[in-house]
Design a protein around this ligand. Structure first.
Ligand SMILES: CC(=O)N[C@@H]1[C@@H](OP(=O)(O)OP(=O)(O)OC[C@H]2O[C@@H](n3ccc(=O)[nH]c3=O)[C@H](O)[C@@H]2O)O[C@H](CO)[C@@H](O)[C@@H]1O
Length: 372
């Protein structure tokens, strides 16, 4: 029996690996083991529960600094790697957990599969440290699953052999389909719906968060009939300015971070999304909800090119102008709504399982593949 190790650490990783876990369990005879590194704690448990996943291995988070977390995680991963003869390690994205999972596979000569491969800004400072981590995982992975043609091109330019690359779309869309099918998520709002806002990225800490909040206050004041829903990240760097600037605006509802199902429901019920989140850029088009990206650049330009999102940056006046433009121009709004989702068709896991089945059957210690 082939033993496959799925490594997760943060909220977005769990969301994007969850549908693959279910697909591998349903369509192969492999022994699929879910490992959680503990990088995100309580928030991770919530998301795992949404997808009916109980991790097989949970590492103990040692220390609060990234260095301490890394050292502890590396040590414990070493024990896990030695505990059996793994056939494959699967990592997703660009976190420390993904990097350590990939490194563990690499050192033990176990093939590494990288989901959401090939995202690039080629600016190691933005996003930091993700851009560097993505590139490093790309160097050690055997199977690369870029979500889009652009991501595939980036990998080819980095001299990764075509035969090791399978363009799969983003599994985030599979995750959405899973909750639509299994949890009944669908649009329930009547009329326009609310404006959903999230901000958490490091690049926006400080003055940019304040500018964004002032813009939201301006919009909410001009349109008292528009409800603004803002799940506020727990980081005090975000909490403080958001509560100071928006805490008393009547039609702005500040909430705790939402669990994944509530977030998908909130997304489905939105008129417009304002965010610096990567995941939401990929998710909003599934529900046909236009999105404004509160950043100066994005490693997901596909949404901008497809027309379902606009890059607006963090200047107060520009944000207000862009929201007003969509408020008053029904045609422009509809065009964004109808652009479709450039990140995937909900079949990414099917493509990934097929590619792994083919690829793994050639590795020497897997003479009799268990992929049925
Ligand atoms: C540079 C970059 O782009 N990096 C990305 C970034 O990920 P991100 O920006 O997508 O992260 P978030 O916005 O935190 O998560 C999004 C997911 O969470 C759900 N969500 C959100 C708020 C909430 O209240 N409840 C929820 O359920 C939401 O629907 C969505 O699915 O960092 C990760 C490393 O941490 C990286 O791997 C990832 O490339």
């Amino acid at each position: 029996m082939q033993d496959i190790l799925l490594v997760s650490g943060t909220r977005p990783e769990i969301i994007k690996i969850a549908p693959l876990y279910h697909a591998l369990k349903a369509h192969t005879r492999a022994n699929v083991q879910w490992l959680h590194t503990g990088q995100h704690g309580e928030m991770a448990q919530q998301i795992l529960a949404c997808f009916d996943i109980v991790p097989d291995i949970v590492l103990e988070r040692r220390g609060s600094s990234l260095a301490d977390f890394s050292i502890g995680c590396r040590e414990q991963l070493e024990e896990v790697m030695l505990s059996r003869s793994w056939s494959l390690v699967v990592v997703q994205g660009d976190t420390e957990s993904a990097f350590l999972g990939a490194l563990a596979g690499f050192y033990h000569r176990v093939p590494v599969a990288h989901i959401e491969a090939g995202l690039r800004t080629y600016n190691p400072d933005r996003p930091f440290p993700e851009e560097g981590i993505r590139q490093m995982i790309g160097r050690v992975a055997r199977f690369h699953f870029p979500p889009t043609p652009r991501a595939r091109e980036a990998l080819l330019k980095e001299n990764i052999a075509d035969k090791h690359i399978t363009m799969s779309g983003n599994t985030v869309v599979d995750a959405q389909q899973w909750v639509m099918n299994n949890r009944g998520i669908r649009r329930r709002a009547e009329g326009r719906g609310h404006m959903l806002v999230t901000v958490h990225r490091r690049e926006n800490w400080g003055n940019d968060v304040e500018e964004i909040c002032h813009a939201i206050a301006d919009i909410a004041t001009r349109h008292p009939e528009l409800e603004v829903l803002f799940p506020v990240h727990l980081n005090p760097v975000i909490q403080k300015p958001v509560r100071n600037i928006l805490g008393h605006v009547a039609n702005v509802k500040l909430t705790a971070p939402m669990d994944y199902l509530d977030m998908q429901q909130a997304l489905a019920d939105s008129w417009l999304v304002l965010t610096d989140s990567g995941g939401l850029q990929e998710e909003a088009p599934t529900f046909g909800v236009p999105l404004l990206v509160l950043r100066d650049e994005t490693e997901r330009p596909e949404a901008i090119e497809a027309g379902c999102a606009r890059l607006v940056g963090t200047r107060r006046e520009t944000i207000v102008e862009q929201v007003e433009a969509l408020w008053s121009d029904a045609d422009a709004y509809r065009a964004m709504q109808r652009a479709g989702n450039p990140f995937g068709d909900g079949k990414s896991c099917e493509y990934i399982v097929a590619a792994l089945r083919k690829g793994l059957s050639y590795t020497p210690h897997n003479q009799a593949p268990d992929f049925a």
